[in-house]
Design a binder for this molecule. Sequence first.
Ligand SMILES: Nc1ccn([C@@H]2O[C@H](COP(=O)(O)OP(=O)(O)OP(=O)(O)O)[C@@H](O)[C@H]2O)c(=O)n1
Ligand SMILES: [Mg+2]
Length: 465
Amino acid sequence: MDVEKKVLEMLKPKREEYELIENVYKKIAEKIEEKASSSGIQVEVTLQGSIAHDTWLSGDRDLDIFVLFPLTMTLEELRAKGFNILLEAAKEIGRYELRFAEHPYVRVFLNGVEADLVPAFKVPDPGKIVSAVDRTPFHTEYINKTLTPEDKDQVRLLKKFMKTIGVYGAELKTKGFSGYAVELLVAKYKSFRKILEEASNWEIPIFINTLENVDWEVFKKKLRRKYPDSVIYMPDPVDPLRNVTANVSLKTLSTFILGARCYLNSPSIDFFNAKPQPISIDEVVKHSTNRCLVVLKYTLSDPPPPDVLWGELQRVETNVVNLLNNRDFEIMDSSTWTNEKDVAYIILEASLCSIPEYKLYIGPRVTVRERSESFISKHSQNEYGPWIGKDGRLRSLRKRRTYSIVDALRELASEYNSPPHLKPITPSVSRLHLEIAEEIVEKGGYAWLVEFVLKKPSWMAKCTG
Ligand SMILES: Nc1ccn([C@@H]2O[C@H](COP(=O)(O)OP(=O)(O)OP(=O)(O)O)[C@@H](O)[C@H]2O)c(=O)n1
Ligand SMILES: [Mg+2]
């Protein structure tokens, strides 16, 4: 408990931070209102997300500003005219970027604060939403009526814990828990401790009832039908058929479950404080001697939005692993990382970087007449055989076209099925070596590389003692 008290002191935003945020918000809101009224459109500027819920962490400087437009506009008008108002405001506020997820928005920077300006519709109830962002004001209303100030501190603890073990964030990069998912867990179980106790006993898939007055067994079936691949189900109280944790992956959920058990066994500040593992890049590379670590590097010229990019990379990673498996390389682990700007990497670990030059084919017994004849003719051009083994089966040895994994990857490059944004560029392929490791570090991928090579997240040390 002491640990949590201490941590909470660090996590609660200071008064100056509240003031800074408040000031920035006011300036931005005024500018947007000015631009809207001069184009004759009635808008409501609202603060949403963790700032509005008061569940943000000290040091975070992200404002979610949702600008609500009347339903008399069409979605096209919202995304053109509405968006344009925000853009015009942003231009007069400071540095800005155009962003989009499934919906366009503007990110603007002012006094060290980052604010997302999101155009949305003002809808009377969550059943009438036009796009997903219209749901957000209802989340804010729900959280503020449900969580007490003490609950909100528990949210901060859980968010920070999840960030440290790498399971916070619903984006494809993490496939973890969104801020709203954390808030709903606290709404249900009240304390950080209780949530970890629950999680340490979760089975997969796990269903968490966040609803009142439903026949839960029936409802579970509905959720499962709508989200057949989810590993954790938590209906959104403002829109019950939506699974808030739909994007949580099996790896992320497993990490959370084990992390919860480890923390309960030996609570420590290390679970709230992501420390880079103390290892030099030279040593990391030394760990790769006598192992087969291979890096594929993509140079990006015009990267798409992060979620699109990560999705594409993860798909390529899966394809690459499958293609290598089909070629008899045993892939023990693989991972993807990108700085979302100019470079992306896929790293693989195979049990062997070179497989035998000759592949053994085992055929039928000679008594199975037709199949043995076809085996003989199919393998007649092989370097060795056919011969008959002690088991009475036909055998043959054929020379492989490639037996080094690097050659195989170069040869297969055209078959990775690289999606649009990676397509024009074939990756460069090499075994992990100092220069490429240094480059990955320089691009910001140190933690990713170290974890992949050492194969043990830093918090795991607390589990094994
Ligand atoms: N996968 C997501 C992402 C966002 N939202 C909505 O968008 C708001 C803001 O999203 P975001 O900034 O990602 O989360 P926060 O709750 O603000 O948490 P954080 O402290 O990490 O910013 C959330 O409250 C939620 O209503 C959502 O419903 N589902
Ligand atoms: Mg936010």
